[in-house]
Design a protein around this ligand. Structure first.
Ligand SMILES: Nc1ncnc2c1ncn2[C@@H]1O[C@H](COP(=O)(O)OP(=O)(O)O)[C@@H](O)[C@H]1O
Ligand SMILES: [Mg+2]
Length: 268
C-alpha cells in the first residue's frame, strides 16, 4: 500500500507566472523512505511544503496528493490541520519558521503532545525530556525554557526531530534535517530516525544534497533539477547506473569531494 500518491503536482509563482515545480508525480510506499536530491533551488522544499499544504502565499499549487487514498488538497483547512503532526510531520529546513517566536520551545512541544497524545502532564514532560536527550540535547529542561531565537539552527533541527520521535507520525517529511549539525551529531540523529522507522514502521521523505546520507537510508530516490524530476528509481539503481548526465555529475561531484577529504586527511 502507498501512504502517499502525488500526481501532476505543479507549483507556479503567481507574480512572475513562472513554473517552479513542473508536473511532478511520485509514490511513497508504506514503511519506505523516498529521498529527494538535487541542487539548491530545484524545488525540493516547495514540493515538501505543498504536501503539508503549507504553501507560501506567492505560489499557486495544482495536482492531487493522496494521503492513504484521501485527496488532502480537497479537505478543509481544519481537517488538514488535524493531519499535521501525528499523520504527516515535517522537519523544516529552517527551524525558525517552524516555531512560534513568542513562546518558549517547551510550550510548542507540550501543545503538540497534548493535541495528539493523551498523556498526563508528568508523562508528557518525561517523554519530551527523553526525546530531547536522544538527539543529544543534553539539557532538556533548559532547551524547553528558551525561545526559538535563543537556539542555534542545529538545535532547532534537533528539537523538530525530537518531536517526531514523540509523535510517532505515519509519514515524516525531513527537509535537509541535519544541514546545521556536525558530522558526529548528524550520525547520531540519523540513527535515531532510523530506529524510529524500525520501531513504528513509518514512511519517510528525506530531502538531502548529501548523497552519502541518502545512500544510507533511502529505498527510492528522485533527482530534481529546475523544478522537474529528471531521474528516479531504487536508490541502488540510481547510484550504480544513473541514466542522466546530471545525476552522474551530482554523483561524481560527491566522489571528488570525498577523494579530496581523504587526501587532506591523509587516510590514503
Ligand atoms: N515563496 C516563494 N515565492 C516565489 N518563489 C519561490 C518561493 N520559495 C521558493 N521560490 C523559488 O522556487 C524555486 C525552488 O525553491 P525551493 O523549493 O526552496 O528549492 P530547494 O529546496 O530545492 O533548494 C527557487 O527558484 C526559489 O527561488
Ligand atoms: Mg530547500
Amino acid at each position: 500500500m502507498n501512504v502517499l500518491e502525488v500526481s501532476g503536482l505543479s507549483i507556479r509563482d503567481k507574480k512572475k507566472d513562472e513554473l517552479l515545480v513542473k508536473d511532478s508525480s511520485f509514490l511513497v510506499g508504506k514503511g519506505t523512505c523516498l529521498a529527494i536530491a538535487g541542487e539548491s533551488g530545484s524545488g525540493k522544499s516547495l514540493s515538501c511544503r505543498a504536501l503539508m499544504r503549507l504553501n507560501p502565499s506567492g505560489v499557486c499549487v495544482t495536482g492531487t496528493i493522496l494521503y492513504k487514498g484521501e485527496d488532502i488538497t480537497a479537505i478543509s483547512k481544519e481537517a488538514m490541520r488535524k493531519k499535521r503532526g501525528k499523520d504527516i510531520y515535517m522537519i523544516m529546513q529552517n527551524g525558525m519558521t517552524a516555531f512560534d517566536p513568542s513562546s518558549v520551545i517547551g510550550v510548542h512541544l507540550k501543545q503538540a503532545a497534548a493535541q495528539h497524545m493523551g498523556w498526563s502532564a508528568a508523562e508528557t514532560e518525561r517523554t519530551l525530556h527523553r526525546a530531547l536527550e536522544s538527539v543529544l540535547l543534553k539539557n532538556p529542561g533548559e532547551v524547553m525554557n528558551q525561545y526559538p531565537h535563543q537556539l542555534s539552527g542545529g538545535m532547532l533541527q534537533r528539537v523538530m526531530i525530537a518531536l517526531a520521535l514523540v509523535l510517532e507520525p505515519e509519514l515524516i517529511i525531513a527537509d535537509e534535517p541535519t544541514t546545521a549539525l556536525d558530522a558526529i551529531t548528524q550520525d547520531e540523529v540519523i540513527n535515531e530516525l532510523s530506529r524510529l522507522r524500525e520501531r513504528i514502521g513509518c514512511s519517510m521523505i528525506f530531502v538531502s544534497h548529501d548523497l552519502g546520507l541518502v545512500r544510507k537510508i533511502a529505498d527510492e530516490l528522485l533527482v530534481m533539477k529546475d523544478g522537474e524530476i529528471v531521474e528516479r528509481g531504487t536508490a541502488e539503481t540510481v547510484f550504480c547506473s544513473p541514466k542522466q548526465e546530471y545525476t552522474r555529475l551530482l554523483l561524481s561531484a560527491r566522489q571528488v569531494l570525498s577523494d579530496h577529504f581523504m587526501n587532506i586527511m591523509e587516510v590514503r
